[in-house]
Design a protein around this ligand. Sequence first.
Ligand code: BGC
Length: 710
Amino acid sequence: MNSEAMERARAVEAQLTDDERFSLLISVMGTNEVLKDKDPRIPDGVPMSAGYTPGIPRLGIPALLMSDASLGVTNPGYREGDTATALPASIALGATFNPELARRSGRLVGREARSKGLNVQLAGGLNLHRDPRNGRNFEYLSEDPWLTGVLGAESVKGIQGEQVISTVKHFSLNCNETNRHWLDAVIDPAAHRESDLLAFEIAIERARPGSVMTGYNKVNGTYAGGNRTLLQDILKGAWGFPGWVMSDWGATPGWDFALQGQDQESGAQIDVMMWGKEPFTSPLRDAYAAGEFPKERLSGMVRRILYAIFDVGIDRWEGTPDVDLAAHADIALETARQGIVLLKNDGVLPLQPPSAGGAPLKIAVIGGHAQLGVPIGAGSSAVAPPGGYAEVHTVGGPGIMGSMRNLYLLPSSPLAELQRLLPDAAIEYDPGMSPAEAALLARRCDVALVFGIRLEGEGYDNADLSLPWGQDAVIEAVADANPATVVVLETGNPVAMPWLPKVRAVLAAWYPGQCGGRAIAEILTGAVNPSGKLPLTFPVGLDQTPRPELPGLGTPWGTPTTITYNEGSDVGYRWFARTGHRPLFAFGHGLSYTRFEYADLSVTHRGVVRAEFTITNAGQRRGADVPQLYLLEEPAGPRMRLLGFERVDLEPGESRTVTLDVDPRLPASFDTDRGQWHISAGSYRLALGHSAGNYALEADVTLPEKWFGR
Ligand code: BGC
């Protein structure tokens, strides 16, 4: 807590009129393609954005100008011609396992936002990947609370380091999009603390974001925005969060959310569309006049907003920062390079140029609009890159998000980049429209690269794990026609791979951002050694996941839906460990063109569990690896947890000693009766692995009993 900012917040709040106090409690959306009429509450000359809250100039309080920022600063039609660096999806950042890149991406977002006059970034999607159908998994970092919390914190620090407030969202358990406004996410409260809430807890304590955004969904029967247990007891109580809680856009059905811990209503016009009224304008004032909404609570809400403003310093901006778009493009490129995961490779990659004097390598590039660019996820996070999109295909769909459901392509063409890197190769393109046609080209080439894409996005869960538009059949036909077939996936989630045994290599490139085509080409050709690791488990099929059937999927918009997250805190790889299923590709898996060896694991406990080991690059090429430390067993039996990781860059033959200190909450359980974390006394088995399914070394450590935290 920044006591100076808190003192100032108290002093300034005391000087406000009630009208000024109430003015801070809502934000309104700018004019865009959906909201055609300009809201009269937004003065002329103010840059339009996802949310506008007026300032109080007489006391030096700036207006809040909020914009989406999961993958860069967005502009869904608010500001004509205004573009921004389009970063790879958060799931790709998760796959880098690189906190430093998360920090640099955050800095980029903060700096670009500030250069546009936007001072609150709706960034920091921290929900866990619980379901491979979730349409917004691409906006979230991983299935693991430690990886998500650590990377999320760095991104917030990066943004706020540029004196721009960052939010973390969507608090909590907004892990599916199906009927999200009517969705009740049910979970055991202790398991919630050990999973999704732990990711938020870690990010919030490390980075002190100014604001937290609630989810659309209910949690255990009560809307997240009106959920006293979550907001008051846990976030503000146990964790002592001093900033403000804003709702998601259109997630405030009633004024009484203010009594439960929500401090600000967001996107007020959407609440009118959704619920027929603006809850925080006249109804909240009426409740105040009637004595149902106490003055102390009103002041408290305002103080929280002021605290974040003063803590982050958005009232102290001096000048407009320069933006180096070329340097920012390099961050987007580096994130894509480090986030692309080589899932399978039987030696076909990197592509081998023919020996001197040989015939040029004939390469078929098939499908995925690879001649134009790379796709992004749809919805509020979509970023228009410098120069604009390469193409926008209108797709549409049921519900209010249908108008935002487009296939956007960023202009970084894998085909063009391959041609640039392999000038002597003969590369031809086939659109992948039909299996038979694609096979014709594949048959007369030395190698066939098939691009499989999927449009995923906000408001929709995927119905299954297959690739749309008949692409699985195209891959099958190409693999039948050419024994050297490589598949490049550009998706926001795992996909089923019925063709896997027939293809020789698979890359998961996610939505790789504005330099994604280049990063893909560099990895395929070996200019870059792949180093991404899966931030979520790839199941063979949905029957391996906790919910083979997704409740509510396919029901009309507005259908009340309950999803019971009965896996509790055993999300992703932990679920696989618990059930004994063998996934298609394990969490943490990712191949390289070199080889890493681990040795000399020692685990000690002197107040903190510390693991030490050496890692060696035992291959012929420079590369990066991410050794991962797991808990396998606690005294009561098997219990799997990622305890730590570190990304290490090594020259061929080079070794390094790595030390990992374990956060005590990771081997602990949360006890809701005592409201504390608990470590049982006894022996714990740990493993150092290349992934959650491939351990190199194991060690035991004995821990004393411990109760701690809140
Ligand atoms: C999304 C939020 C986003 C907000 C503002 C909502 O639809 O769920 O993540 O920040 O819109 O654009």
